[in-house]
Design a protein around this ligand. Structure first.
Ligand SMILES: Cc1cc2nc3c(=O)[nH]c(=O)nc-3n(C[C@H](O)[C@H](O)[C@H](O)COP(=O)(O)O)c2cc1C
Length: 359
């Protein structure tokens, strides 16, 4: 491809030429047979748009407010570990691009730049928390995020252990020696181990993360922080309701991009029942397979307030660093704007449930 990519799928093809096998497999793969990974995309095709005509769409407004934070469009960058595998500036480049477009970014616990350093570049930042067995370490991470100015915590609940990603097992995935899990190496000298015949990340989860977590741990988290909490990894209406009862202010309907439980429901399918059950009592966000502005439109019509974008950010980062991430975000904003105009929606509130039909 000699020309600059003009959509997210072209970025994905090009990124494959910029990444070594271990990094590419880690970024791209899903769990087991990757059925959920594939379904996250293909499920969008079952929802058809019923566009409205003659609605006066010359002035369009995509802006919104999520957990009290204004954003130029209903888009955040999903938490993704190890971004320095794609670009030397990694999470710093991603954070700078998010600022440029006035969008939110969720920083992973497993970032390759420290949360403090990223805070020097980012503005509308949330911190994604993996609750470790060591609760003192977990508490310190929360305190550090608060002190560094992060505006929400995103606690991931769909990873009591790591999903089985066979490529990572085969590659014996680990970080190259010049990279570290910056938030944790500095505190407890924690590292992604090198393991025979197994992914080092799988081993890290098995030894460091707590598979015994229950809803009481969410209440504990809410009791030790003033930051609003978003619970990431919800796929059922009853869990969404429990999350709210335990103090969450938002949920992220997510199957971890098909990387955890293979066979789990596609997120666009799970969304409708959840938003119907919780109403406006809690903010509902969604991620998984969003590659086009029309996917965002469909997610909003199914009741999401905003979406998170995962892998395409890494493809942008691998192709051209900060500029690549900014391009990915700009393309999505332009495509959403176009889809709204063509379906008769001047503002996000116009994107109602009756804008789509499930076939
Ligand atoms: C390489 C990679 C690393 C990820 N790391 C994390 C993480 O550290 N914490 C987390 O909650 N989710 C993580 N996720 C899941 C994403 O936050 C998100 O749920 C998913 O990527 C969305 O699907 P998409 O990639 O199809 O957009 C990761 C995903 C990828 C692809």
């Amino acid at each position: 491809m000699s020309q600059k990519p003009i959509n997210l799928l072209e970025y994905e093809s090009l990124a494959k030429q910029h990444l070594d096998k271990m990094a590419l497999d880690y970024y791209a793969s899903g769990a087991l047979d990757e059925k959920t990974l594939i379904e996250n995309r293909s499920a969008f095709d079952r929802y058809k748009i019923l566009p409205k005509m003659l609605r006066g769409v010359s002035q369009r407004d995509l802006s919104t407010t999520i957990l009290g934070q204004s954003l130029s469009a209903p888009i955040l960058i999903a938490p993704m570990a190890f971004q320095c595998l794609a670009d030397t500036r990694g999470e710093l480049a991603t954070a700078t691009a998010a600022v440029k477009l006035d969008l939110g970014m969720v920083l992973s616990t497993l970032s390759t730049k420290s949360l403090e350093e990223v805070a020097n570049y980012g503005k509308k930042l949330w911190f994604q928390l993996y609750i470790h067995r060591d609760r003192n370490l977990t508490r310190t991470l929360v305190e550090r995020a608060e002190q560094a100015g992060y505006q929400a915590l995103c606690v991931t609940v769909d990873a009591p252990i790591l999903g089985v990603r066979e490529c990572d097992r085969r590659n014996q995935f680990t970080l190259p020696p010049h990279l570290e899990i910056a938030n944790l190496t500095s505190m407890k000298n924690l590292k992604i181990p090198q393991t025979k015949g197994e992914s080092g990340l799988y081993e890290y989860f098995a030894t460091q993360l707590d598979p015994g977590l229950t809803w009481q741990d969410l209440e504990w988290l809410a009791s030790i922080t003033k930051l609003p909490i978003a619970v990431k990894g919800i796929l059922r209406a009853d869990d969404a309701i429990t999350a709210r009862e335990c103090g969450a202010k938002a949920i992220i309907v997510s199957n971890h991009g098909g990387r955890q439980l293979d066979g789990a429901i596609a997120t666009i399918d799970a969304l409708g029942e959840i938003t119907a059950a919780v109403g406006d009592k809690i903010e509902v966000l969604v991620d998984g397979g969003i590659r086009r502005g029309t996917d965002i439109l469909k997610a909003l019509a199914r009741g999401a307030k905003a979406v998170l974008i995962g892998r395409p950010i890494l493809w942008g980062l691998a192709v051209s660093g900060e500029q690549g991430v900014a391009d990915i975000l700009s393309i999505l904003i332009q495509e959403l704007d176009n889809a709204m105009a063509l379906s008769g929606c001047a503002k996000l509130q116009d994107v109602a449930a009756n804008l789509i039909k499930q076939l």
